[in-house]
Design a protein around this ligand. Structure first.
Ligand SMILES: Nc1ncnc2c1ncn2[C@@H]1O[C@H](COP(=O)(O)OP(=O)(O)OC[C@H]2O[C@@H]([n+]3cccc(C(=O)O)c3)[C@H](O)[C@@H]2O)[C@@H](O)[C@H]1O
Ligand SMILES: Nc1ncnc2c1ncn2[C@@H]1O[C@H](COP(=O)(O)OP(=O)(O)OP(=O)(O)O)[C@@H](O)[C@H]1O
Ligand SMILES: NC(=O)CC[C@H](N)C(=O)O
Length: 552
């Protein structure tokens, strides 16, 4: 008889211990009914990933223990089913929680916790802070189910050789890795390649069980998979979807063989779009907002954010406000209205000239003798921010901000103005990619909300903040192709200024961009969280001092 394995590629909610436990019990029942005798849940499934400083609270750890017991009790009648459940555990009963808990996974069978494995490799880079909370385990864990000896690993364990090698030495015939591995562009291929190295080193097939869902800035994309002992893909689950995924494991003369469905590879744009959509949907949904709203300017950034929001939430949960100023071009109105109509979202207009005049009049005596400058530009952005926040207060919808990564890097945005809001959807998408993604979305309709949502003119007109007459972004910033390339090298790859210059970029451009990045740290600290889609975003994986004299 082959062993049927089920992977709970599900969307858990951080801190919803009862809800997560029930979800696992339901998955166990469904898997069992379908013939599975091993259920793999993702890393820390019981509490969601990442619970951050909740791990420092003894009451949280106790509640997680209780939820693990609830899963054991709720599945006790499923004779012969082994459940691998990810959960935190105080290192010693009654020990203080400070940095002393385990990132664990237990094997549950017949209503009992049979054995508990502690993660051995604790990631502490990029968005990970696991050494703040956990102590590392030091022993492998191998258990048997239906005659197959399974070696258990937790995520980062499988990015090193030793834990898989030790599991193999302890008799494992199959490696089961449970994961919470945040998305960035290209991560799917990186994971498969890294797991292939473990397979090559041990000669064992491997099942990779992964989480799906958005949690604050990070998104987990599912795409669980299995590799045969020869490194070929035996199973690949769909990305960005909840699914119970099954694989059949056969004992053959040559070793374990697996049979399952293999989802096709996807384009980077499709991944990026789905990550942004899931990030918005889960932030809005898991935080209980009735919907979202944004200022629609007739420019490309707010257009892209609107298209993402509608795919994430549906047109009935998104509203837009056009707030023209004296500098707003006619085509901005026309295109904003056109776009709202194409997507069927609510669209309102509030002119900001009266408020602008009132502010200027109030300040006039104090500003006497001084020329207009960015002060007046920022006043307009702040009036818009105030109006959007008033709508949010009155109706409960969260304000989506529209700043892109190029703007977040250079501080080309107004504090308490266009930065005011709850969730910064495209803060990790550089401007050049904003254009590419807008074109991609016009040509594709992944959520059935309609192809071509963005009027062509929004994509082809030169970007402008429209905060003074005839303003263009390129008057204040280097061309976006140059800015984005320098940003990728300096910010995402940590390249020194001199290396970027040697690579052929103009010294003045490199110095200007890197100086802007440095002096705008204070702004980013006050920016809303937003979806991380690159190897390095302006979020948890960018922790620079604000007060800082180092340049290079
Ligand atoms: N180190 C520091 N720590 C804490 N606070 C610091 C600070 N340095 C300045 N500040 C404060 O920040 C203020 C300056 O920041 P802020 O008020 O935001 O204004 P600022 O950065 O001077 O100007 C915003 C720029 O963004 C452009 N913009 C605005 C809106 C949208 C867009 C767009 O295209 O999307 C572009 C606008 O045209 C203007 O060039 C200072 O007056 C000071 O109060
Ligand atoms: N006339 C407007 N009506 C409504 N919202 C506006 C208006 N102008 C700016 N905003 C809001 O402020 C954000 C910053 O926009 P701004 O036009 O200053 O720069 P941008 O980076 O070119 O953005 P966009 O490409 O969306 O215009 C916009 O994305 C939008 O949410
Ligand atoms: N949760 C983890 O251990 C994740 C670490 C791992 N290297 C990843 O991102 O895939």
């Amino acid at each position: 008889m082959p062993l049927a394995i089920s992977i709970a590629q599900l969307n858990f909610v951080v801190g919803d211990l009862q809800g997560n436990a029930q979800k696992i019990i339901d998955a166990a029942r469904q898997s069992y009914a379908a013939g599975a005798r091993l259920l793999l849940t993702p890393e820390l499934a019981i509490c969601g990933y990442a619970a951050e400083d909740l791990f420092l609270r003894p009451a949280f750890l106790a509640a997680c223990d209780e939820a693990v017991q609830a899963v054991a009790r709720g599945t006790a009648d499923l004779a012969g089913l082994a459940i691998v459940l990810g959960h935190p555990r105080a290192a010693a009963p009654g020990a203080p929680a400070f940095s002393s808990c385990l990132n664990a996974a237990s094997v549950l069978r017949a209503g009992r916790v049979e054995q508990t494995y502690a993660k051995r490799e604790l990631p502490n880079y990029q968005v990970f802070d696991e050494r703040r909370y956990f102590v590392a385990g030091d022993a492998p864990c191998v258990f048997e189910v239906e005659g197959v000896r399974v070696g258990l690993l937790i995520c980062e364990d499988a990015w090193f050789s030793a834990p898989a090698r030790d599991a193999a030495a302890a008799g494992a015939q199959l490696l089961a890795v449970i994961n919470a591995s945040p998305f960035h562009l290209g991560k799917g291929a990186e994971r498969e390649q890294t797991m292939r190295e473990r397979v090559a080193e041990t000669g064992l097939p491997l099942v990779y069980a992964h989480l799906v869902g958005g949690q604050d800035e990070v998104v987990f994309e599912g795409r669980s998979f299995a590799l045969n002992a020869d490194g070929t893909v035996a199973m690949r689950a769909p990305a960005f979807e909840e699914k119970l995924v099954f694989a059949q494991v056969h004992q053959a003369q040559a070793g374990i063989e697996m049979e399952a469905d293999v989802a096709p590879e996807r384009s980077l744009e499709a991944d990026l779009w789905d990550a942004l959509v899931l990030g918005v949907r889960d932030y809005v949904g898991k935080n209980g907002f009735p919907g979202a709203l944004l200022g629609l300017s007739g420019g490309i950034d707010s257009a892209l954010v609107l298209a993402i929001a509608v795919d994430a939430l549906g047109a009935d949960k998104v509203r837009t406000v056009m707030m023209p100023s004296p500098y707003t071009a006619d085509i901005s109105w026309i295109d904003a209205r056109d776009m709202a109509a194409r997507l069927g979202v609510r669209y309102d207009e509030i002119a900001i000239a009266p408020q602008f005049e009132a502010f200027k009049a109030a300040l006039a005596p104090l500003f006497e003798g001084r020329a207009e400058d960015t002060t007046e530009e920022n006043l307009q952005a702040r009036i818009r921010g105030t109006l959007l926040m008033a709508l949010s207060n009155k109706f409960g919808a969260v304000v989506l901000t529209t700043g892109n990564k190029s703007e977040m890097a250079t501080g080309y945005c107004t504090l308490y103005g266009d930065m005011a809001g709850g969730f910064a959807v495209i803060k990790d998408v550089v401007k050049t990619r904003v254009f590419d993604l807008a074109r991609w979305r016009n040509a594709n309709d992944p959520y059935g909300t309609g192809a071509n949502p963005i009027p062509e003119r929004i994509i082809i007109r030169p970007p402008s903040a429209e905060l003074r007459p005839d303003q263009k972004d390129q008057d204040s910033l280097p061309p976006y192709e140059v800015l984005d390339a320098i940003l990728a090298r300096y910010m995402e790859n940590d390249e020194p200024v001199e290396d970027i210059v040697r690579a052929g970029y103009d010294r003045a451009d490199v110095e200007r961009v890197t100086r802007l990045i440095k002096i705008n740290e204070y702004k980013r600290r006050q920016a809303p969280v937003g979806v991380r889609v690159t190897r390095r975003s302006f979020g948890k994986d960018w922790r620079y001092p604000i007060t800082n004299k180092f340049r290079a």
